[in-house]
Design a protein around this ligand. Structure first.
Ligand code: ADP
Ligand code: TZP
Ligand code: MG
Length: 267
């Protein structure tokens, strides 16, 4: 019997019962992240107010928190939502955007890590710095190769008992014990702002339909981006047309295509 947690099977399960994904994400990413979730088959809701974020997290299938355009009020909403997700046993995903850049961001991420994210998704510079290493990140952009972040990812996974996904030319995912690398995507992807943020939301969508296997759920989300990104790049002429083709590819691929084209190998 085919593996029921293959990326293709999980994509089919997601489309059969579209999960409600509570996304607390930055102003830059809100629109494309919502469109990425809709194109893939999930149901996004961008809700960040401190007055309702906790209540909303309790009714969603999963929560994602991205600190890209952080403020003190948003921080209160983030903590309320992460507390509610934890208390209601809902998976939640942390995207520590450029946390190395300011004390404000570092304090925010330290505070959110105390609320036990299920998955941490970041680029190589963010993951290296989160594990205490010296990274070369510039603003929100990575300047480090994924290979140099793999040990940091393993350390973070063990320390925080979370799945850690490091994305880049070849993605790396670990739960501290198991680890895989995922090839694919396109060099145009880092040239389209907020695709990483959008991927964090898609990780949430897959975790919502597979809460007991966040490692496999994370792999599925990254495999969708890798296969859809590779397909879109064959039709694109630059980052602008890529971003349009990418949404079409997300909507077009099905489970069989995903399992046939995903390149996931044991690390
Ligand atoms: N050079 C590359 N080649 C192929 N895919 C890439 C490349 N850089 C990033 N990606 C893909 O782009 C998506 C966003 O990841 P990334 O750019 O690392 O995140 P962030 O936007 O948070 O920095 C991921 O699916 C990743 O695999
Ligand atoms: C440009 C920018 N500034 C604050 S958040 C953001 C988007 C970052 O998106 P990603 O992490 O996916 O590159
Ligand atoms: Mg990012």
């Amino acid at each position: 019997m085919q593996d029921q947690t293959s990326p293709g099977k999980l994509l089919e399960a997601l489309r059969a019962q579209p999960p409600l994904v509570h996304c607390i994400t930055n102003f830059v990413a809100m629109n494309i992240a919502a469109n990425v979730l809709l194109a893939t088959g999930a149901s996004p809701a961008m809700v960040h107010a401190k007055e309702e974020a906790g209540e909303f997290a309790a009714i969603a299938g999963a929560l994602t928190i991205n600190i890209g355009t952080l403020s003190a009020g948003w921080m209160r909403g983030m903590r309320a939502a992460a507390t509610a997700a934890r208390d209601n046993h809902k998976p939640w995903v942390l995207d520590p955007v450029a946390h190395y850049a300011t004390a404000f961001r570092r304090e925010a991420v330290a505070s959110l890590l105390e609320l036990q994210p299920t998955v941490i998704r970041g680029n190589a510079s963010e993951i290296i710095a989160l594990a205490g290493g010296a990274s070369r990140g510039q603003g929100v952009d990575s300047r480090d190769p994924v290979e140099q972040a793999e040990a940091s990812a393993r350390l973070l996974a063990e320390t925080h008992r979370a799945v850690v996904a490091v994305t880049g030319a070849t993605d790396f995912v670990t739960d501290g014990t198991r680890a895989v690398r995922i090839d694919g995507g396109s060099p145009w992807m880092p040239q389209v702002t907020a695709l990483g943020c959008s991927l964090t939301c898609l990780v949430g969508a897959f975790a919502a339909i597979n809460p007991d296997a966040p490692f496999e759920a994370t792999i599925a989300a990254l495999a969708v981006f890798a296969v859809a990104g590779e397909a879109a790049a064959t039709e694109a002429e630059g980052p602008g047309s890529f971003s349009v083709r990418f949404l079409d590819s997300l909507a077009r691929i099905d489970g069989a295509f995903l399992d046939r084209h995903a390149r996931v190998r044991q690390a």
